[in-house]
Design a protein around this ligand. Structure first.
Ligand SMILES: CC(C)(COP(=O)(O)OP(=O)(O)OC[C@H]1O[C@@H](n2cnc3c(N)ncnc32)[C@H](O)[C@@H]1OP(=O)(O)O)[C@@H](O)C(=O)NCCC(=O)NCCS
Length: 155
């Protein structure tokens, strides 16, 4: 397996692999090809991919907000055969670096309340649970809102 990872902004030529990775990862609220395309073409939002040779090892999407300097980590996924190799951390570092460079004050995200592995990882990355979101997902399950604030000591 190629573990020579490169993080970069997604291109339209990644669409087929992005959709395949999304469908293989999530059985709820899947991001459509059209939505991926909109994010890739957007001036205000970000889609990064991690490449391993010709394979797509993972992706992440972050949204900026017009009236807030809190960015939203909209989605992050690593292909099953590339998990546990640092790809998620690579993506997270890219998101955090980019958000800081753009003077964001932090990031928020929503996660399914039963996704213990992701919640644990987000906590390790510095996110805190700030809200319960009842009935948040298509299948009726609850979510948590989590937040990471940069430089909280200066606020
Ligand atoms: C959550 C996810 C993005 C993490 O990506 P990853 O590439 O596997 O993570 P990494 O290899 O970078 O590891 C990140 C951390 O999690 C730990 N970790 C990785 N796999 C693990 C596992 N199976 N069990 C426990 N810990 C694990 C690593 O030790 C690492 O810890 P560290 O930062 O202290 O070193 C990935 O598991 C995934 O795509 N999950 C399914 C999609 C999902 O749930 N997305 C979030 C929806 S909100």
């Amino acid at each position: 397996m190629n573990t020579n990872f490169r993080v970069e902004r997604a291109q339209l030529s990644d669409l087929a692999q992005l959709v395949a990775l999304e469908r293989a990862t999530f059985n709820y609220s899947c991001i459509s090809r059209r939505s991926f395309k909109q994010v890739i073409e957007s001036q205000h939002n970000f889609c990064w991919v991690v490449r391993a040779g010709k394979e797509l090892a993972g992706y992440a999407i972050a949204f900026t907000r017009r009236n807030s300097n809190l960015w939203r980590l909209y989605s992050i996924a690593v292909a099953l055969n590339f998990r546990g190799l640092g790809v998620g951390n690579l993506l997270m570092n890219e998101i955090l670096d980019t958000a800081k460079r753009h003077a964001a004050k932090g990031l928020s995200l929503e996660v399914k309340s039963d996704n213990k592995a992701a919640i644990h990882w987000y906590q390790n990355c510095g996110f805190e649970t700030v809200d319960l979101l009842p009935d948040y997902y298509d299948d009726g399950s609850d979510g948590f809102k989590m937040r990471l604030t940069f430089y909280p000591e200066s606020q």
